[in-house]
Design a protein around this ligand. Structure first.
Ligand SMILES: [Zn+2]
Length: 492
């Protein structure tokens, strides 16, 4: 039986502001869309927090046996500066400053983004569509919105009529903004705005001569508004009604509010059943943002090359640090906080290393089934990873007690225990055991030393010692191979 049948998941829905029992549109299947990065610069650690949380949610769905289609887009058509409807395309601006093609900017930062996610042990989404790959579909959706009477063209640009939409719908349903406050950041002071109402947002913008990224359309040579691509790509790959839409809290307004308005205009119903938002990552008490310079890059943590860090940390320590906080809480990053997480992480990994060598007894003094239930209950309660981690540490206590002979476990319980610990630590949280890697590094050092001693013994024609080193290593499963380039070894 699939695990999801016995695990009723509850998800905090930003739309209803309550925890709701999760029921997918199609039984056993989940469609999840997460707003991806804008590839005009490196993703910072705050961005990574959002993607990392959804990676863990994705991993948990897979663990429960759901068939998941996880779509995370790449915004490569460029948002306008300050996320306003006016201003310069950020990708184009970067390209102009660096005198390179906009698609070169896109390629550089897409590759970098993937590189970072790989180092941080992310699973790849099922589909990773790009905005520039869906211009045709975006133009089609604009036509549909115009046909429904909620889009209007002025001077080659097309806008969404928020006031008209709000007559029969609730604009502000997600963000809780009142319509009079839901004004889009537009430079209206210079009198250049073509919009009917300050609340309206762009679906298509006519490109001025400075604008490099441009496509032909029925209205002008231009580019799509920045909210459109997610409506288009989510409905294309997940249908016009899907399970989960996620992103950072700062995307709630205007981005997700506008997505709902666009999608609902076309389909006639709300596009998403569960809206999920991750909270901010602070850096020393301040919001992490590229625009203020208060940010740290994921790569800098791995190398230690940032003045706020006391040293380098592994990607799993960063993952562990993130998962020690609830995704809906603000998390404050600092070198001290990371050092504290590292201690906990190492303790967990040491226990995971000794877990495999535990031996069983005739009876269990530890209640594995109750412990296991608590682990699932934590994750089923809106992915409460900090509570899960506290239960995993109860598991660490079991491991140490069994190892020291202070507790016992039957072979059946041991199998269940090892399977559950491994599932949550490695499959669901996505941690890697760096400690094991360190010990294999130590083995390498010891074997290399023995190879060197054997070489010296052979040079001294001490065949007995040379053979003894070879045979005793072989007896513990390490085979030496003499070749033209020297001696190598393999572990069986
Ligand atoms: Zn989006």
């Amino acid at each position: 039986m699939k695990l999801y049948k016995e695990n009723q998941l509850k998800i905090y829905n930003s739309l209803s502001k309550t925890k709701e029992a999760f029921k997918p549109v199609h039984d056993g299947h989940i469609g999840m869309y997460v707003c991806g990065p804008t590839v005009y610069s490196n993703a910072h650690l705050g961005n990574l927090r959002t993607f990392m949380f959804f990676d863990v949610a994705f991993r948990y769905f897979l663990h429960l046996g759901y068939k998941v289609r996880y779509v995370r887009n790449i915004t490569d058509a460029g948002h306008l500066e300050n996320d306003a409807d006016e201003g310069e395309d950020r990708i184009a601006k970067k390209a102009r400053l660096e005198e390179i093609e906009p698609m070169e900017v896109v390629q550089r930062y897409t590759v970098d983004f993937h590189d970072v996610l790989k180092k941080y042990n992310f699973l790849s989404p099922s589909i990773e569509p790009t905005a520039t790959g869906h211009i045709v579909e975006q133009i089609e959706m604009i036509k549909e919105i115009i046909d429904k009477g909620l889009g209007y063209e002025v001077n080659g640009s097309v806008y969404f009529d928020v006031i008209a939409y709000n007559k029969n719908n609730h604009y502000g349903i997600l963000s809780g903004r009142k319509i009079e406050d839901a004004i889009h950041n537009t430079r209206v002071l210079d009198g250049q705005s073509d919009k009917k109402n300050p609340q309206d947002f762009a679906l298509w913008k006519k490109a001025d001569e400075r604008h490099i990224m441009r496509w032909p359309s029925p209205w002008s040579e231009g580019f799509p508004g920045w909210h459109l691509e997610c409506s288009v790509m989510s409905s294309k790959y997940l249908g016009d009604k899907f399970d989960i839409h996620g992103g950072g809290l700062d995307l709630k307004f205007p981005h997700h509010e506008c997505e709902i308005a666009q999608s609902k205009t076309c389909s006639g119903h709300d596009p998403v059943n569960y809206w999920m938002h991750t909270n901010m990552l602070l850096l020393n008490g301040q919001k992490m943002a590229k625009s203020t310079g208060n940010f740290i890059l994921p790569d800098e943590i791995l190398t230690g090359e940032n003045k706020i860090l006391s040293k380098a940390f592994s990607s799993s320590v960063v993952r562990f640090f993130n998962m020690q906080a609830n995704y809906r809480s603000i998390l404050d990053f600092s070198s001290d906080a990371l050092e504290a997480s590292e201690k906990g992480y190492l303790k967990l990994m040491e226990a995971m290393t000794s877990l495999v060598s535990l031996s069983s007894q005739k009876s269990s003094s530890v209640d594995i089934s109750q412990w296991k239930e608590k682990c699932y209950a934590a994750m089923n309660d809106d992915f409460n990873t900090p509570v899960l981690i506290s239960h995993l540490f109860e598991g660490v206590k079991f491991i140490n007690q069994i190892k020291e002979g202070k507790a016992s476990i039957t072979s059946n319980d041991l199998v269940d225990f090892v399977t559950t610990m491994n599932a949550f630590v490695f499959d669901v949280l996505g941690l890697l055991n760096d400690v094991k890697d360190q010990s294999s590094g130590k083995i390498d050092g010891v074997v290399s030393l023995l190879i060197k001693l054997r070489k010296e013994a052979r040079e001294n024609k001490d065949w007995d010692l040379s053979d003894q080193i070879r045979d005793e290593l072989l007896a513990i499963g390490i085979q030496l191979k003499d070749g033209r380039e020297g001696t190598t070894y393999s572990i069986s």
